[in-house]
Design a protein around this ligand. Structure first.
Ligand SMILES: [Zn+2]
Length: 526
Protein backbone atom coordinates (compact mmCIF):
# COMPACT_ATOMS: atom_id res chain seq x y z
CA UNK A 1 0.00 0.00 0.00
CA UNK A 2 1.59 3.29 -1.00
CA UNK A 3 1.36 6.33 1.22
CA UNK A 4 -1.31 8.05 -0.86
CA UNK A 5 -3.67 5.10 -0.62
CA UNK A 6 -2.88 4.74 3.05
CA UNK A 7 -3.78 8.36 3.67
CA UNK A 8 -7.06 7.93 1.78
CA UNK A 9 -7.96 4.83 3.78
CA UNK A 10 -7.13 6.61 7.02
CA UNK A 11 -9.27 9.65 6.23
CA UNK A 12 -12.22 7.51 5.19
CA UNK A 13 -12.09 5.37 8.31
CA UNK A 14 -11.78 8.36 10.62
CA UNK A 15 -14.63 10.29 9.03
CA UNK A 16 -16.84 7.18 8.96
CA UNK A 17 -16.14 6.56 12.62
CA UNK A 18 -17.17 10.06 13.61
CA UNK A 19 -20.87 9.57 12.73
CA UNK A 20 -23.26 7.77 14.97
CA UNK A 21 -25.74 7.10 12.15
CA UNK A 22 -25.79 7.50 8.40
CA UNK A 23 -22.05 7.29 7.88
CA UNK A 24 -20.94 8.47 4.47
CA UNK A 25 -21.97 11.34 2.26
CA UNK A 26 -25.42 12.89 2.24
CA UNK A 27 -27.19 11.82 -0.91
CA UNK A 28 -29.45 14.60 -2.19
CA UNK A 29 -31.85 14.88 -5.12
CA UNK A 30 -31.38 18.44 -6.34
CA UNK A 31 -34.09 20.07 -8.43
CA UNK A 32 -33.79 23.37 -10.26
CA UNK A 33 -35.00 25.05 -13.44
CA UNK A 34 -32.81 25.85 -16.40
CA UNK A 35 -33.60 27.71 -19.58
CA UNK A 36 -34.67 25.38 -22.36
CA UNK A 37 -32.16 24.87 -25.17
CA UNK A 38 -32.05 27.68 -27.69
CA UNK A 39 -32.67 30.48 -25.21
CA UNK A 40 -36.43 30.23 -25.71
CA UNK A 41 -37.14 31.92 -22.39
CA UNK A 42 -39.00 28.87 -21.10
CA UNK A 43 -37.57 26.94 -18.19
CA UNK A 44 -37.42 23.20 -17.68
CA UNK A 45 -37.19 21.29 -14.44
CA UNK A 46 -33.83 19.57 -14.03
CA UNK A 47 -33.11 16.90 -11.45
CA UNK A 48 -29.73 15.52 -10.48
CA UNK A 49 -28.07 13.82 -7.57
CA UNK A 50 -25.39 15.29 -5.37
CA UNK A 51 -23.29 13.82 -2.59
CA UNK A 52 -22.32 16.20 0.17
CA UNK A 53 -19.85 15.66 2.99
CA UNK A 54 -21.93 16.06 6.18
CA UNK A 55 -18.96 17.54 8.03
CA UNK A 56 -18.96 20.39 5.50
CA UNK A 57 -22.74 20.88 5.58
CA UNK A 58 -25.01 23.04 7.74
CA UNK A 59 -28.78 23.21 8.15
CA UNK A 60 -30.28 26.69 8.70
CA UNK A 61 -33.71 26.86 10.39
CA UNK A 62 -35.23 30.22 9.50
CA UNK A 63 -37.71 31.97 11.81
CA UNK A 64 -39.57 28.90 13.03
CA UNK A 65 -41.14 30.98 15.77
CA UNK A 66 -43.47 29.86 18.54
CA UNK A 67 -46.01 32.43 17.41
CA UNK A 68 -46.60 34.59 14.35
CA UNK A 69 -48.90 37.61 14.09
CA UNK A 70 -50.90 35.60 11.54
CA UNK A 71 -52.77 32.75 13.26
CA UNK A 72 -52.76 30.61 10.09
CA UNK A 73 -49.01 31.08 9.69
CA UNK A 74 -48.57 30.04 13.35
CA UNK A 75 -50.64 26.91 12.72
CA UNK A 76 -48.70 25.99 9.60
CA UNK A 77 -45.36 26.30 11.43
CA UNK A 78 -46.70 23.99 14.15
CA UNK A 79 -47.93 21.54 11.51
CA UNK A 80 -44.57 21.21 9.75
CA UNK A 81 -42.35 21.36 12.87
CA UNK A 82 -42.51 17.63 13.81
CA UNK A 83 -41.25 16.48 10.41
CA UNK A 84 -38.64 19.25 10.40
CA UNK A 85 -37.46 18.04 13.81
CA UNK A 86 -37.11 14.50 12.43
CA UNK A 87 -35.03 15.89 9.56
CA UNK A 88 -32.66 17.79 11.83
CA UNK A 89 -32.31 14.76 14.12
CA UNK A 90 -31.21 12.68 11.12
CA UNK A 91 -28.93 15.44 9.84
CA UNK A 92 -27.38 15.91 13.29
CA UNK A 93 -26.72 12.18 13.59
CA UNK A 94 -24.98 12.28 10.22
CA UNK A 95 -22.67 15.04 11.44
CA UNK A 96 -24.37 18.11 9.96
CA UNK A 97 -24.15 21.38 11.89
CA UNK A 98 -27.62 22.62 12.90
CA UNK A 99 -28.03 26.41 13.11
CA UNK A 100 -31.28 27.62 14.69
CA UNK A 101 -32.17 31.14 13.52
CA UNK A 102 -35.30 32.42 15.30
CA UNK A 103 -34.80 36.11 14.51
CA UNK A 104 -35.35 38.73 17.25
CA UNK A 105 -35.83 36.16 20.02
CA UNK A 106 -32.20 35.66 21.09
CA UNK A 107 -32.85 37.09 24.57
CA UNK A 108 -34.65 33.84 25.28
CA UNK A 109 -31.41 31.94 24.53
CA UNK A 110 -29.02 34.50 26.06
CA UNK A 111 -26.85 32.18 28.14
CA UNK A 112 -27.39 28.94 26.27
CA UNK A 113 -24.47 26.87 24.89
CA UNK A 114 -25.93 27.29 21.39
CA UNK A 115 -25.67 31.08 21.62
CA UNK A 116 -22.11 30.90 22.98
CA UNK A 117 -21.13 28.56 20.16
CA UNK A 118 -22.37 31.01 17.54
CA UNK A 119 -20.77 33.99 19.28
CA UNK A 120 -17.42 32.22 19.51
CA UNK A 121 -16.90 32.15 15.75
CA UNK A 122 -14.33 34.78 14.72
CA UNK A 123 -15.53 37.53 12.43
CA UNK A 124 -14.24 37.01 8.90
CA UNK A 125 -14.51 39.09 5.78
CA UNK A 126 -17.40 38.05 3.58
CA UNK A 127 -17.09 37.90 -0.20
CA UNK A 128 -20.13 40.20 -0.37
CA UNK A 129 -20.73 42.29 2.78
CA UNK A 130 -23.49 40.72 4.86
CA UNK A 131 -26.51 42.92 5.44
CA UNK A 132 -29.31 42.69 7.96
CA UNK A 133 -31.70 42.28 5.06
CA UNK A 134 -31.26 41.65 1.36
CA UNK A 135 -34.36 42.51 -0.63
CA UNK A 136 -35.25 41.64 -4.21
CA UNK A 137 -32.07 41.54 -6.29
CA UNK A 138 -33.08 42.82 -9.72
CA UNK A 139 -29.77 41.74 -11.20
CA UNK A 140 -30.65 38.11 -10.46
CA UNK A 141 -34.44 37.84 -10.32
CA UNK A 142 -37.64 39.43 -11.62
CA UNK A 143 -40.46 40.50 -9.30
CA UNK A 144 -41.76 37.73 -7.04
CA UNK A 145 -44.57 35.68 -8.61
CA UNK A 146 -46.93 36.55 -5.75
CA UNK A 147 -48.23 39.86 -4.43
CA UNK A 148 -47.38 39.90 -0.71
CA UNK A 149 -47.75 43.66 -0.27
CA UNK A 150 -50.58 43.21 2.26
CA UNK A 151 -48.35 41.08 4.52
CA UNK A 152 -49.76 37.85 3.13
CA UNK A 153 -52.31 36.91 5.78
CA UNK A 154 -54.83 34.54 4.20
CA UNK A 155 -57.40 34.83 7.00
CA UNK A 156 -60.60 36.83 6.87
CA UNK A 157 -60.73 39.20 8.60
CA UNK A 158 -56.98 39.56 8.28
CA UNK A 159 -54.85 39.24 11.42
CA UNK A 160 -53.37 42.37 13.01
CA UNK A 161 -49.65 42.64 12.26
CA UNK A 162 -47.16 42.74 15.13
CA UNK A 163 -44.17 40.93 16.67
CA UNK A 164 -45.55 38.32 19.08
CA UNK A 165 -42.70 35.83 18.68
CA UNK A 166 -40.76 34.98 21.85
CA UNK A 167 -38.64 31.94 20.91
CA UNK A 168 -38.32 29.11 18.39
CA UNK A 169 -41.21 26.64 18.45
CA UNK A 170 -40.51 24.06 21.17
CA UNK A 171 -41.15 21.11 18.84
CA UNK A 172 -37.72 21.77 17.30
CA UNK A 173 -35.17 20.32 19.68
CA UNK A 174 -31.97 22.29 20.26
CA UNK A 175 -29.29 19.69 21.03
CA UNK A 176 -25.71 19.98 22.29
CA UNK A 177 -23.52 21.09 19.38
CA UNK A 178 -26.28 23.11 17.70
CA UNK A 179 -25.86 26.86 17.26
CA UNK A 180 -28.36 29.68 17.80
CA UNK A 181 -28.08 33.03 16.03
CA UNK A 182 -29.99 35.51 13.89
CA UNK A 183 -27.16 37.37 12.22
CA UNK A 184 -23.97 37.17 10.17
CA UNK A 185 -22.61 34.99 13.01
CA UNK A 186 -24.13 32.08 11.09
CA UNK A 187 -21.77 32.75 8.21
CA UNK A 188 -18.75 33.24 10.49
CA UNK A 189 -19.51 29.89 12.09
CA UNK A 190 -19.75 28.25 8.67
CA UNK A 191 -16.34 29.64 7.73
CA UNK A 192 -14.86 28.51 11.04
CA UNK A 193 -16.14 24.98 10.43
CA UNK A 194 -15.18 24.80 6.76
CA UNK A 195 -18.83 24.55 5.75
CA UNK A 196 -19.35 24.53 1.99
CA UNK A 197 -22.99 23.36 1.75
CA UNK A 198 -26.10 24.81 3.37
CA UNK A 199 -29.64 23.43 3.52
CA UNK A 200 -32.14 26.20 4.30
CA UNK A 201 -35.63 25.46 5.65
CA UNK A 202 -38.30 27.35 7.57
CA UNK A 203 -40.41 30.41 6.91
CA UNK A 204 -41.35 32.55 5.05
CA UNK A 205 -39.94 31.86 1.64
CA UNK A 206 -40.98 35.15 0.03
CA UNK A 207 -39.50 37.14 2.90
CA UNK A 208 -36.99 35.96 5.52
CA UNK A 209 -35.86 32.69 3.91
CA UNK A 210 -34.56 34.76 0.99
CA UNK A 211 -33.67 38.01 2.73
CA UNK A 212 -32.02 37.35 6.11
CA UNK A 213 -28.22 37.38 6.61
CA UNK A 214 -28.47 33.56 6.91
CA UNK A 215 -30.96 33.39 4.03
CA UNK A 216 -30.65 32.20 0.48
CA UNK A 217 -29.70 35.42 -1.32
CA UNK A 218 -26.78 36.27 0.97
CA UNK A 219 -25.44 32.73 1.33
CA UNK A 220 -25.51 32.20 -2.44
CA UNK A 221 -23.61 35.48 -2.78
CA UNK A 222 -20.84 34.02 -0.58
CA UNK A 223 -20.33 31.19 -3.05
CA UNK A 224 -21.76 28.48 -0.79
CA UNK A 225 -23.66 25.52 -2.23
CA UNK A 226 -27.13 26.42 -1.02
CA UNK A 227 -30.32 24.37 -1.34
CA UNK A 228 -33.85 25.02 -0.09
CA UNK A 229 -35.84 22.21 1.51
CA UNK A 230 -38.95 22.92 -0.53
CA UNK A 231 -41.47 20.86 1.44
CA UNK A 232 -40.51 22.40 4.78
CA UNK A 233 -41.18 26.02 3.99
CA UNK A 234 -44.22 28.29 3.66
CA UNK A 235 -45.07 31.71 2.31
CA UNK A 236 -46.94 34.75 3.54
CA UNK A 237 -49.37 34.90 0.62
CA UNK A 238 -53.01 35.86 0.54
CA UNK A 239 -54.83 34.09 -2.26
CA UNK A 240 -57.10 37.13 -2.70
CA UNK A 241 -54.08 38.82 -4.28
CA UNK A 242 -52.23 38.31 -7.55
CA UNK A 243 -51.98 35.74 -9.06
CA UNK A 244 -55.21 34.62 -7.29
CA UNK A 245 -54.22 31.02 -6.61
CA UNK A 246 -54.46 28.98 -3.43
CA UNK A 247 -52.03 29.72 -0.61
CA UNK A 248 -50.18 26.47 -1.34
CA UNK A 249 -49.90 27.14 -5.07
CA UNK A 250 -48.45 30.51 -4.06
CA UNK A 251 -45.73 28.62 -2.20
CA UNK A 252 -45.18 26.39 -5.25
CA UNK A 253 -44.69 29.48 -7.39
CA UNK A 254 -42.16 30.86 -4.92
CA UNK A 255 -40.29 27.53 -4.90
CA UNK A 256 -40.17 27.66 -8.70
CA UNK A 257 -38.85 31.24 -8.48
CA UNK A 258 -36.03 30.08 -6.19
CA UNK A 259 -35.26 27.09 -8.42
CA UNK A 260 -35.10 29.32 -11.47
CA UNK A 261 -33.14 32.25 -10.06
CA UNK A 262 -31.32 31.24 -6.88
CA UNK A 263 -30.57 27.65 -5.98
CA UNK A 264 -31.74 24.04 -6.23
CA UNK A 265 -34.23 22.50 -3.84
CA UNK A 266 -34.46 19.15 -2.03
CA UNK A 267 -37.15 17.50 0.08
CA UNK A 268 -37.24 16.00 3.55
CA UNK A 269 -37.47 12.57 1.89
CA UNK A 270 -33.73 12.88 1.21
CA UNK A 271 -33.21 12.62 4.99
CA UNK A 272 -36.04 10.59 6.49
CA UNK A 273 -38.61 7.99 5.43
CA UNK A 274 -41.98 8.92 4.09
CA UNK A 275 -43.37 11.21 1.44
CA UNK A 276 -42.36 14.89 1.36
CA UNK A 277 -44.39 17.01 3.77
CA UNK A 278 -47.73 18.41 2.65
CA UNK A 279 -50.09 20.62 4.66
CA UNK A 280 -53.39 18.90 5.49
CA UNK A 281 -55.34 21.76 3.93
CA UNK A 282 -53.37 21.47 0.67
CA UNK A 283 -55.82 19.54 -1.49
CA UNK A 284 -55.37 19.90 -5.23
CA UNK A 285 -58.35 19.24 -7.44
CA UNK A 286 -58.23 17.15 -10.61
CA UNK A 287 -59.49 18.33 -13.98
CA UNK A 288 -60.28 15.45 -16.37
CA UNK A 289 -60.28 16.17 -20.10
CA UNK A 290 -62.55 13.74 -21.94
CA UNK A 291 -61.70 14.08 -25.63
CA UNK A 292 -62.92 11.96 -28.53
CA UNK A 293 -63.81 13.90 -31.66
CA UNK A 294 -62.51 14.32 -35.16
CA UNK A 295 -63.44 17.84 -36.28
CA UNK A 296 -62.18 20.64 -34.03
CA UNK A 297 -58.67 19.59 -32.97
CA UNK A 298 -59.62 19.76 -29.29
CA UNK A 299 -57.23 16.83 -28.82
CA UNK A 300 -54.60 19.57 -29.29
CA UNK A 301 -56.28 22.76 -28.10
CA UNK A 302 -57.68 21.42 -24.80
CA UNK A 303 -54.44 19.88 -23.46
CA UNK A 304 -52.55 23.02 -24.50
CA UNK A 305 -55.13 25.24 -22.79
CA UNK A 306 -55.02 23.12 -19.65
CA UNK A 307 -51.23 23.14 -19.54
CA UNK A 308 -51.10 26.92 -19.95
CA UNK A 309 -54.07 28.00 -17.84
CA UNK A 310 -54.71 25.26 -15.26
CA UNK A 311 -51.47 23.42 -14.44
CA UNK A 312 -49.68 26.40 -12.88
CA UNK A 313 -52.80 27.12 -10.82
CA UNK A 314 -52.17 23.81 -9.08
CA UNK A 315 -54.80 21.62 -10.71
CA UNK A 316 -53.94 18.04 -11.55
CA UNK A 317 -54.70 17.22 -15.18
CA UNK A 318 -55.88 13.84 -16.42
CA UNK A 319 -56.73 12.89 -19.99
CA UNK A 320 -59.43 10.41 -20.98
CA UNK A 321 -59.09 10.00 -24.73
CA UNK A 322 -60.32 8.19 -27.77
CA UNK A 323 -58.82 8.41 -31.26
CA UNK A 324 -60.05 10.64 -34.08
CA UNK A 325 -61.57 7.64 -35.86
CA UNK A 326 -65.34 8.04 -35.81
CA UNK A 327 -65.92 4.32 -35.32
CA UNK A 328 -63.43 3.99 -32.46
CA UNK A 329 -65.36 3.52 -29.22
CA UNK A 330 -62.36 2.57 -27.11
CA UNK A 331 -61.28 5.04 -24.43
CA UNK A 332 -57.95 5.27 -22.66
CA UNK A 333 -57.74 5.96 -18.95
CA UNK A 334 -61.48 6.37 -18.35
CA UNK A 335 -61.13 5.16 -14.77
CA UNK A 336 -59.52 8.57 -14.11
CA UNK A 337 -62.99 10.12 -14.25
CA UNK A 338 -63.51 8.78 -10.74
CA UNK A 339 -61.29 11.34 -9.01
CA UNK A 340 -62.14 14.43 -11.04
CA UNK A 341 -63.54 17.63 -9.54
CA UNK A 342 -64.66 18.64 -13.03
CA UNK A 343 -64.90 16.78 -16.34
CA UNK A 344 -64.39 18.75 -19.56
CA UNK A 345 -66.19 16.96 -22.39
CA UNK A 346 -65.24 17.33 -26.03
CA UNK A 347 -66.56 14.23 -27.75
CA UNK A 348 -68.66 13.60 -30.84
CA UNK A 349 -71.08 10.73 -31.35
CA UNK A 350 -69.08 8.16 -29.40
CA UNK A 351 -70.24 5.13 -27.54
CA UNK A 352 -68.41 4.13 -24.39
CA UNK A 353 -68.03 1.20 -22.02
CA UNK A 354 -70.98 1.03 -19.66
CA UNK A 355 -68.57 1.41 -16.72
CA UNK A 356 -67.45 4.74 -18.14
CA UNK A 357 -71.02 5.98 -18.44
CA UNK A 358 -71.61 4.83 -14.87
CA UNK A 359 -68.65 6.97 -13.72
CA UNK A 360 -70.01 9.99 -15.59
CA UNK A 361 -73.40 9.51 -13.95
CA UNK A 362 -71.84 8.99 -10.52
CA UNK A 363 -69.72 12.13 -10.97
CA UNK A 364 -72.81 14.24 -11.67
CA UNK A 365 -74.87 12.52 -8.97
CA UNK A 366 -72.15 13.46 -6.46
CA UNK A 367 -72.67 17.12 -7.40
CA UNK A 368 -69.38 17.49 -9.28
CA UNK A 369 -69.04 19.82 -12.23
CA UNK A 370 -69.07 19.24 -15.94
CA UNK A 371 -68.05 21.51 -18.81
CA UNK A 372 -69.08 20.77 -22.39
CA UNK A 373 -67.59 22.30 -25.49
CA UNK A 374 -68.87 22.37 -29.08
CA UNK A 375 -69.75 18.76 -30.10
CA UNK A 376 -70.28 17.77 -26.45
CA UNK A 377 -74.00 18.35 -27.03
CA UNK A 378 -74.00 15.22 -29.15
CA UNK A 379 -71.05 13.62 -27.41
CA UNK A 380 -72.58 10.23 -26.76
CA UNK A 381 -75.42 10.06 -29.31
CA UNK A 382 -74.29 7.47 -31.84
CA UNK A 383 -75.46 7.64 -35.44
CA UNK A 384 -75.03 5.71 -38.65
CA UNK A 385 -73.55 2.25 -39.15
CA UNK A 386 -71.71 2.50 -35.81
CA UNK A 387 -75.03 1.91 -34.08
CA UNK A 388 -74.57 -1.76 -34.98
CA UNK A 389 -71.95 -1.96 -32.24
CA UNK A 390 -74.48 -1.04 -29.56
CA UNK A 391 -75.58 -4.62 -29.08
CA UNK A 392 -77.35 -5.08 -25.75
CA UNK A 393 -75.04 -6.90 -23.39
CA UNK A 394 -71.89 -6.14 -25.41
CA UNK A 395 -70.76 -3.55 -22.88
CA UNK A 396 -70.83 -0.51 -25.20
CA UNK A 397 -73.49 2.08 -24.48
CA UNK A 398 -74.53 5.54 -25.65
CA UNK A 399 -76.13 8.42 -23.76
CA UNK A 400 -78.46 9.81 -26.38
CA UNK A 401 -80.21 12.27 -24.03
CA UNK A 402 -76.96 13.68 -22.61
CA UNK A 403 -77.67 17.12 -24.15
CA UNK A 404 -81.20 17.76 -22.86
CA UNK A 405 -80.67 15.85 -19.63
CA UNK A 406 -77.35 17.35 -18.51
CA UNK A 407 -76.94 20.62 -20.43
CA UNK A 408 -80.62 21.43 -20.79
CA UNK A 409 -79.76 21.86 -24.47
CA UNK A 410 -81.52 21.11 -27.71
CA UNK A 411 -78.91 20.63 -30.41
CA UNK A 412 -80.53 19.95 -33.75
CA UNK A 413 -77.98 21.02 -36.33
CA UNK A 414 -75.85 23.97 -37.33
CA UNK A 415 -75.74 26.71 -39.89
CA UNK A 416 -73.25 26.25 -42.70
CA UNK A 417 -69.81 27.75 -42.74
CA UNK A 418 -70.10 31.44 -43.46
CA UNK A 419 -69.86 34.71 -41.61
CA UNK A 420 -68.40 34.62 -38.14
CA UNK A 421 -70.83 34.70 -35.25
CA UNK A 422 -71.36 38.02 -33.48
CA UNK A 423 -71.49 37.47 -29.74
CA UNK A 424 -73.29 39.42 -27.03
CA UNK A 425 -73.65 39.05 -23.27
CA UNK A 426 -77.29 38.40 -22.40
CA UNK A 427 -78.59 41.37 -20.41
CA UNK A 428 -79.77 39.32 -17.43
CA UNK A 429 -76.43 37.49 -17.15
CA UNK A 430 -74.23 40.54 -16.58
CA UNK A 431 -72.29 39.96 -13.37
CA UNK A 432 -72.37 36.16 -13.57
CA UNK A 433 -68.99 34.87 -12.29
CA UNK A 434 -68.33 32.91 -15.50
CA UNK A 435 -68.39 36.21 -17.42
CA UNK A 436 -65.75 37.84 -15.20
CA UNK A 437 -63.24 39.61 -17.44
CA UNK A 438 -65.09 38.52 -20.60
CA UNK A 439 -65.86 41.21 -23.15
CA UNK A 440 -68.22 39.93 -25.84
CA UNK A 441 -67.37 42.88 -28.05
CA UNK A 442 -63.82 41.63 -28.24
CA UNK A 443 -64.42 38.33 -29.93
CA UNK A 444 -66.47 36.47 -32.45
CA UNK A 445 -67.23 32.79 -32.86
CA UNK A 446 -65.13 31.16 -35.56
CA UNK A 447 -67.11 27.97 -36.04
CA UNK A 448 -70.56 27.63 -37.61
CA UNK A 449 -73.43 28.71 -35.36
CA UNK A 450 -75.12 25.77 -33.64
CA UNK A 451 -78.93 25.59 -33.58
CA UNK A 452 -79.75 24.85 -29.95
CA UNK A 453 -82.84 26.91 -29.01
CA UNK A 454 -85.04 26.54 -27.11
CA UNK A 455 -83.11 25.47 -24.00
CA UNK A 456 -84.70 24.01 -20.89
CA UNK A 457 -86.15 26.90 -18.87
CA UNK A 458 -83.76 26.31 -15.96
CA UNK A 459 -80.69 27.03 -18.12
CA UNK A 460 -79.16 30.50 -17.70
CA UNK A 461 -77.89 31.83 -21.02
CA UNK A 462 -74.70 33.88 -20.70
CA UNK A 463 -73.78 34.56 -24.32
CA UNK A 464 -75.85 34.58 -27.45
CA UNK A 465 -74.71 34.54 -31.06
CA UNK A 466 -76.10 35.95 -34.28
CA UNK A 467 -75.38 35.55 -37.98
CA UNK A 468 -77.13 37.63 -40.63
CA UNK A 469 -80.65 36.57 -41.50
CA UNK A 470 -80.96 33.91 -38.81
CA UNK A 471 -82.52 33.80 -35.37
CA UNK A 472 -80.24 34.45 -32.41
CA UNK A 473 -79.01 31.27 -30.67
CA UNK A 474 -77.68 30.66 -27.16
CA UNK A 475 -73.91 30.13 -27.36
CA UNK A 476 -72.89 29.67 -23.71
CA UNK A 477 -75.00 28.81 -20.69
CA UNK A 478 -74.94 27.37 -17.18
CA UNK A 479 -77.26 25.08 -15.31
CA UNK A 480 -77.25 22.82 -12.29
CA UNK A 481 -77.99 19.13 -12.62
CA UNK A 482 -79.49 16.62 -10.22
CA UNK A 483 -80.30 16.59 -6.54
CA UNK A 484 -76.74 17.60 -5.60
CA UNK A 485 -76.78 20.57 -7.96
CA UNK A 486 -73.77 19.68 -10.09
CA UNK A 487 -72.58 22.82 -11.85
CA UNK A 488 -72.79 22.44 -15.61
CA UNK A 489 -71.53 24.78 -18.33
CA UNK A 490 -71.85 24.37 -22.06
CA UNK A 491 -70.61 26.43 -24.99
CA UNK A 492 -71.06 25.78 -28.68
CA UNK A 493 -67.84 27.74 -29.21
CA UNK A 494 -64.57 25.83 -29.22
CA UNK A 495 -63.35 26.02 -32.81
CA UNK A 496 -59.54 25.89 -32.83
CA UNK A 497 -59.40 29.61 -33.69
CA UNK A 498 -61.61 30.45 -30.70
CA UNK A 499 -58.77 29.24 -28.46
CA UNK A 500 -56.66 32.12 -29.76
CA UNK A 501 -59.22 34.68 -28.49
CA UNK A 502 -58.34 36.06 -25.02
CA UNK A 503 -62.01 36.50 -24.12
CA UNK A 504 -62.82 32.91 -25.09
CA UNK A 505 -59.90 31.64 -23.03
CA UNK A 506 -61.06 33.70 -20.05
CA UNK A 507 -64.64 32.47 -20.46
CA UNK A 508 -63.49 28.87 -20.62
CA UNK A 509 -61.11 29.23 -17.66
CA UNK A 510 -63.90 30.80 -15.60
CA UNK A 511 -66.27 27.99 -16.60
CA UNK A 512 -63.86 25.25 -15.49
CA UNK A 513 -63.17 27.04 -12.18
CA UNK A 514 -66.85 27.79 -11.57
CA UNK A 515 -67.89 24.20 -12.32
CA UNK A 516 -65.62 22.92 -9.54
CA UNK A 517 -66.54 25.79 -7.21
CA UNK A 518 -63.08 27.34 -7.17
CA UNK A 519 -62.48 31.10 -6.81
CA UNK A 520 -62.55 33.04 -10.07
CA UNK A 521 -59.82 35.68 -10.48
CA UNK A 522 -61.02 39.28 -10.77
CA UNK A 523 -61.49 40.83 -14.18
CA UNK A 524 -58.07 42.43 -14.47
CA UNK A 525 -56.14 39.34 -13.38
CA UNK A 526 -53.83 37.44 -15.75
ZN1 LIG B 1 -53.67 35.57 9.40
Amino acid sequence: MNSSLLRTWFLVSVSAGSFAVGAGPLSLNLRDRVEAPGGSGSFEVRERRAEWDPARTAVVLCDMWDQHWCRSATARVAEMAPRMNAVIQAARRAGVLIIHCPSSTLDFYRDSPGRKLAQSAPVVEARVPLQGWCSLDRTKEPALPIDDSDGGCDDWPQCAQGSPWKRQIAALEIAPGDAITDSAEAYYLMRQRGIENVIVMGVHLNMCVLGRPFGIRQLVAQGLNVVLMRDLTDTMYNSRRRPFVSHFVGTDLMVAHVEQHWCPTVTSADFIDGEPFRFAADRRKTVALLVGENEYRTWETLPAFAAEELAWRGYTLKAVTSSTRTDDFSWDNWAALKDAAVIVVSARRRAMPDGMRALLRAHLAAGRGLVGIRTASHAFAVRGPARAELVPGAGLVEWADFDPEVFGGNYHGHHGAGPETSLAVVAGAVGHPVLTGVSAEDFTGHGSLYQVAPLKPDATVLLQGTIPGQPTEPVAWVRTYGARHARVFYTSLGHAEDFAEPSFRRLFLNAVLWAMDEPIPPAAAP
